[in-house]
Unconditional design. Structure first.
Length: 131
């Protein structure tokens, strides 16, 4: 039980400000491999997981619902279907690895924008709430 609580606490700590884990992973893997492009990609991939959770919680708080995570997963699945369909029409076959990578990277961009937007809205909601 304490292990699960520890993992939840670490995840919550890292997800609050996802720029910090991004910078740490980018710096550490970049120093280890001397390949900044690959380090940037790995930092994006790891940060996307944190952003999905954080944006889902912010969505649930702002819109007073429990649908945030499901909506994000639905959008990512639909995006994967669209990209897979385009790839099938162009090449006649679907490269699943490329589709998943494209969806994950687009998800990073989408979640980053939503994180900033929802964070400002959430802060405004807290500051303007009656005491």
């Amino acid at each position: 039980m304490w292990l699960w609580e520890s993992v939840r606490l670490i995840y919550a700590f890292l997800a609050v400000i996802p720029v910090v884990p991004f910078a740490i992973i980018y710096w550490a893997y970049g120093a280890y491999s001397n390949n900044r492009k690959k380090a940037f990609g790995i930092a994006m991939d790891v940060t996307t997981v944190l952003l999905i959770g954080c944006v889902a919680v912010l969505y649930d708080y702002i819109f007073v619902s429990d649908f945030g995570l499901y909506l994000i997963l639905l959008v990512l699945l639909l995006l994967g279907g669209f990209i897979g369909n385009m790839q099938f029409r162009k090449r006649g076959a679907v490269d699943t690895k490329k589709v998943v990578r494209a969806v994950w990277r687009i998800g990073f961009l989408f979640m980053s924008v939503l994180y900033v937007l929802f964070m400002f809205i959430g802060i405004g909601k807290v500051l303007l709430a009656p005491m």
